[in-house]
Design a protein around this ligand. Structure first.
Ligand code: DHB
Length: 394
């Protein structure tokens, strides 16, 4: 087959790019090593910026999000056993939407099907060839064993945080920036009623916890753990005891408990690879950069990348040629580093460092007091959390 753009990775970045190009009449073929079912059942992020929601709705991906998503006009920072609300709406006139990434994926995959787009799930032995020419190729084996060769003008690597595409940029020509953290998240799904109307980001002397939601009867929660923690060591009682201790306070707040139906240890890091383009290969989303999950930036950043990328690819294919691609990295990267800073800052603000001293703990409370104690501190958090508007900033 021959298409203008071949896309490696059928996550939200790859599928949204294919959707945006498809709307402009540009055909794509998207391939992914995972099956559709694997992607749909892997728990991922939960928070979308209002701008991302608007793009999904206005470009005709789905309006399910408006019916089943939940608009949140603020969030809670909990520390020293007290709740502190950050009121996004009042501070910066913005809000975010709770709508699971798995649903974003389903909507995008359905939209591709509806619009006649080609997506091959569950492929094997993917190879990307000739990226330093203007006729790159992708080869893979489909689930039924057929060998495919896709000839394209550009190949987009949207293959996530364990990207193989980013390794195709020669070692001597790429720079990798990164940071590891001495903790991970223990993520659970629980069959329990909602404990609070909005998300709770909790700092405590026992470590960080995040209380999120999925539906009226299913909740998503996380707590800071050792990166080498084993899920087998965590029966329901121990999970709840840990979570309750991290949100406990003078107000007597308690989480509503229920059976824990899923548990996963999620390691994370901060990472950026530059350049985001090499010859006919362009990287987007987690393939080019990953952020720690605190602050909910990753999915939003990936969607921003492909919005910019669809624009430059259309220009490159339709009029100005390859030179249009030179605009991609500068336009995408500023937001990437802003998000890197925010995600790093939120992570350091809320997690306890193993082996930390009482000084570290008190300093952190001082910083948290600085954030919630002034309008400008709260507004700073609100601006970053809700995403930097693509509309003019003042
Ligand atoms: C969720 C995940 C996050 O990393 C976050 O900051 C907020 C919510 C979630 O899975 O719901």
């Amino acid at each position: 087959a021959s298409v203008p753009v071949a896309v490696i990775g059928a996550g939200p970045a790859g599928l949204m790019l294919a959707h945006l190009l498809g709307r402009a009449g540009v055909e794509t073929i998207v391939v992914d090593t995972r099956t559709r079912r694997e992607i749909e059942t892997t728990q991922r992020a939960g928070i979308l910026e209002a701008d991302a929601v608007r793009d999904l709705v206005e470009t005709g991906v789905s309006d399910r999000i408006l019916r089943e998503g939940h608009e949140h006009e603020g969030t809670e920072l909990r520390f020293g056993g007290r709740p502190h609300r950050i009121d996004f709406k009042e501070l910066v006139g913005a809000s975010v939407w709770l709508y699971p990434q798995t649903d974003v994926f389903t909507d995008l995959a359905d939209a591709r099907k509806r619009d006649g787009g080609t997506v091959h799930f569950g492929v094997k032995d993917t190879e990307v060839l000739d990226i330093t020419t203007d006729a790159p190729r992708v080869r893979c084996t489909a689930v039924d064993g057929t060998r495919h060769e896709i000839r394209a003008r550009f190949v987009v690597g949207a293959d996530g945080s364990r990207s193989m595409c980013r390794d195709l940029v020669p070692e001597g020509r790429r720079t990798r920036y990164g940071k590891e953290y001495p903790f991970a998240w223990f993520g659970i799904l629980a069959e329990a009623p909602t404990s609070a109307p909005e998300l709770i980001y909790a700092h405590s002397e026992h470590g960080f916890a995040l209380i999120s939601q999925r539906t009226e009867n299913v909740q998503r929660m996380y707590f800071q753990c050792d990166p080498n923690e084993s899920v087998d060591a965590w029966p329901d009682d121990r999970v709840w005891e840990t979570l309750q201790a991290r949100v406990a306070g003078q107000d007597g707040f308690r989480l509503k408990e229920g059976p824990v139906v899923e548990r996963t240890v999620l390691r994370f890091r901060s990472f950026v690879q530059e350049p985001m383009r090499w010859g006919s290969l362009v990287l987007a989303g987690d393939a080019a950069h990953t952020v720690p999950p605190t602050g909910a930036r990753g999915l939003n950043l990936a969607l921003h990348d492909v919005k910019v990328l669809s624009d430059v690819l259309l220009r490159a294919l339709v009029d100005t040629g390859e030179a249009a691609l030179d605009d991609y990295q500068p336009r995408a990267l500023q937001r990437v580093w802003r998000a890197q800073n925010f995600s790093y800052w939120m992570t350091r603000l809320l997690h306890t460092v193993p082996g930390g001293t009482p000084f570290d703990m008190r300093r952190q409370i001082g910083e948290l007091d600085n954030v919630v104690g002034t309008r400008s501190g709260r507004a700073y958090l609100a601006e970053q959390y809700t995403g930097w508007p693509t509309r003019p900033q003042h």
